[in-house]
Design a protein around this ligand. Structure first.
Ligand SMILES: Cc1cc2nc3c(=O)[nH]c(=O)nc-3n(C[C@H](O)[C@H](O)[C@H](O)COP(=O)(O)OP(=O)(O)OC[C@H]3O[C@@H](n4cnc5c(N)ncnc54)[C@H](O)[C@@H]3O)c2cc1C
Ligand SMILES: *[C@@H]1O[C@H](CO)[C@@H](O)[C@H](O)[C@H]1NC(C)=O
Ligand SMILES: *[C@@H]1O[C@H](CO)[C@@H](O)[C@H](O)[C@H]1NC(C)=O
Length: 602
């Protein structure tokens, strides 16, 4: 105990000096100047801004940065959670910035909304746990740092679904504008954006063996699953920069904080949008236990994520009028699509014993943990500097499917109950799940109290097609694990277990073990105003009211075939041009890989 007390200030000092001087090109005095500046600007705080943004998450931080680039605009961003500063007044927030610590934040509700679904009929009545970031950076401060854009056809489908102008050729330039890829710019990758993206450095033998095994099973190797060819297996991109998690708070918000026209708040919970008839004029929020109001001369923009944005709309009188009236909420606009169209990705983990002592199991030993922690603190290198999901892939489950509908992430370790239960042995796993499930759910208010979580009904595994696709997913994952390349490491199958072979066995395993891949989305669907299920138009403006937009993962018309952080950042980049009245970027005729034939699956 005494040792701990003594060590902590030393760690903090070391970390602070390194973080502020070397990595971010700042000196400790610049930090002090900034603090003083903040104190002054807070003293003269105004109550009207050009833009009020709700939520400093993946999308909200991007908007804060881009909208405050305008010389004539003032921007306020309100975040319910705390700041994610490296060295807070009370604690060192290494759990956020150290990539390997990601699981630590899933165990409690410190930086996490900690949602739960209703019991799922398709999953043995299980209640699923949904972590969501509640901190600067939002879920990008809690996520697994996998950078995946999805398939070009996802965006072409969005456009067909009514999100005019969101086809691939009009989205790709914004993916590029956001990004600086470690491997340099090309037709697909960006070279000058705030979002640093890198490849794994662990060089772990199991990652090599997994990629080899996938090729032995007949799948192509792809150089860049975010570029020309999504299909196949390869090294994943990660939002990690020089050994640090690169959340949107690090990439976009912090670098803009010195601007006099950006104000970012923390521990500020927005409870309601204020209207003058149907025109949004500001928001009501709670800070330090006090209820306050702030006004927006141009627009209020909701970036609270796929759960909070529809919830806040409903609390403010925008949603299904019958439902709102039941809770005594005065209706501003009857918009029945709010909270509907909820989509997510499910996945299961196929796990095997590893016969060699090379997995992450050893990192649970206190001495090893300490040395990894110290190396990371001192140098931001070593096993602390990666999220370990360094390889993965995309395949088509069966002939006739035009682009991949199954995704894999490989991990040289075993995850039990979201990492809340420590692994008991040397083991590795592959996460496998389907990408375009037919099961669609909804969320509704539980009450008119903003503190109450909404009722979340994802309706997982509610179609026969889902059940069949998961059967295929499990079988195809096992087939890869059975290849020669994994022979030197392969022990018995821990999960599902080699006795689980029949369709019924696999279905039972999926019902008992499938979990969310943490990709809820689509609850404020973007589309044509003539479509009664649409919530925002293709400019992200809420239908039926003025001066109100939603910009986050909730406006996806349908979920993309991959992880959601990069697409959400792209959405915010593109929306920021719309809000600022800048012309939309476009890059025509970018080549995209097509399988030679759809008659086979590989
Ligand atoms: C554990 C986990 C792992 C994941 N892994 C990956 C991955 O590896 N790769 C990937 O691409 N995606 C991953 N995702 C998904 C991805 O991170 C999210 O889809 C994405 O960050 C969503 O961005 P958003 O802007 O819509 O919402 P968020 O980033 O969740 O931001 C919403 C913000 O608004 C704040 N807020 C909400 N309501 C209010 C209010 N009323 N007042 C004030 N503030 C409010 C929230 O606190 C939050 O900070 C993961 C998600 C989780 C939770
Ligand atoms: C807003 O910030 C930008 C970038 O720092 C700056 O050029 C501009 O003058 C600022 N505008 C106001 C009104 O403060
Ligand atoms: C520090 O990190 C760099 C690059 O991240 C690495 O090359 C070097 O070996 C590390 N040094 C130590 C002492 O770990």
């Amino acid at each position: 105990m005494g040792q701990k007390v003594l060590l902590l200030p030393v760690w903090r000092m070391a970390l602070f000096l390194r973080a502020s001087s070397k990595k971010w090109g700042l000196s400790p005095t610049a930090g002090l100047v900034r603090l003083a500046h903040r104190a002054i600007s807070n003293a003269g705080k105004r109550d009207t801004y050009s833009y009020v943004i709700v939520g400093a998450g993946s999308a909200g931080c991007v908007l804060s940065h881009r909208l405050s680039e305008d010389t004539h605009s003032t921007v306020l961003v309100l975040e319910a959670g705390p700041r994610d500063v490296f060295m807070g007044s009370k604690r060192l927030m290494w759990k956020i910035h150290m990539p390997a610590a990601l699981i630590a934040n899933l165990c409690d509700n410190k930086y996490n909304w900690y949602y739960h679904t209703t019991p799922q009929k398709g999953l043995d009545q299980r209640v699923l746990y949904w972590p969501r970031g509640r901190v600067w950076g939002g879920s990008s401060s809690l996520n697994a740092m996998v950078y995946v854009r999805g398939h070009a056809e996802d965006y072409n489908r969005w456009s067909e679904e009514g999100a005019t102008g969101w086809d691939y050729e009009r989205c790709l330039p914004y993916f590029r504008r956001a990004q600086t890829h470690e491997l340099g710019a090309d037709r697909y990758r960006g070279g000058e954006g705030p979002l640093y993206v890198s490849r794994g450095k662990s060089d772990h033998p199991l990652h090599h063996a997994f990629l080899e095994a996938a090729q032995q099973a007949g799948y192509p190797f792809t150089e860049d699953m975010n570029g020309f060819q999504q299909e196949g297996f390869g090294w994943m991109d990660m939002t990690i920069y020089k050994g640090l998690r690169w959340s949107t708070a690090s990439a976009y918000l912090r670098p803009a904080l010195a601007r006099p026209n950006l104000t970012a708040e923390s521990r500020t919970f927005v409870t309601k949008i204020l209207f003058d008839k149907t025109r949004a004029i500001g928001v009501e929020y709670v800070q330090n236990g006090q209820r306050k109001k702030v006004y927006a001369s141009n627009e209020v923009i909701l970036s609270g994520g796929a759960i909070n944005s529809p919830q806040l709309l409903m609390l403010s009188g925008i949603g299904n009028a019958d439902d709102l009236q039941k809770h005594g909420i005065p209706v501003v606009c009857n918009l029945p699509g709010v909270g509907q169209n909820l989509q997510d990705h499910l996945e299961v983990y196929i796990q095997q014993d590893c016969t060699q002592p090379i997995t992450l199991y050893s990192t649970q030993k206190p001495i090893r943990k300490m040395s990894i922690g110290l190396e990371w603190l001192w140098n931001f290198s070593g096993w602390g500097s990666t999220a370990h999901l360094e390889t993965g892939g995309f395949i088509r489950s069966r002939p006739g499917i035009p682009h991949p509908d199954i995704q894999f992430h490989f991990l040289p370790s075993q995850v039990i109950d979201h990492g809340r239960v420590p692994s008991q042995q040397e083991a590795y796993q592959v996460h496998v799940g389907t990408l375009r499930s037919m099961s669609v759910g909804w969320l509704k208010l539980k009450s008119a109290n903003p503190m109450d979580h909404p009722i979340i009904e994802p309706n997982y595994m509610s179609t026969e097609e889902d059940i069949q696709e998961f059967r295929l997913s499990v079988r195809l994952a096992r087939e890869i694990f059975a290849q020669k390349a994994l022979e030197p490491f392969r022990g018995r199958e821990l999960q599902p277990g080699s006795h689980m072979q029949s369709d019924q066995d696999i279905d039972a395993f999926v019902r008992a073990k499938a979990d969310s891949a943490y990709h809820p989305s689509c609850t404020c669907k973007m589309g044509q105003p003539s479509d009664p299920t649409t919530v925002v138009d293709p400019q992200a403006r809420v239908i039926g009211v003025e001066n109100l937009r939603v910009v986050d993962a909730s406006i996806m018309p349908s979920v993309v075939s991959g992880n959601l952080n990069a697409p959400t950042i792209m959405i915010a980049e593109k929306a920021s041009d719309m809000i600022r009245g800048l012309p939309a970027l476009c890059d025509k005729n970018v080549p995209i890989y097509r399988p030679r034939t759809l008659e086979t699956q590989r």
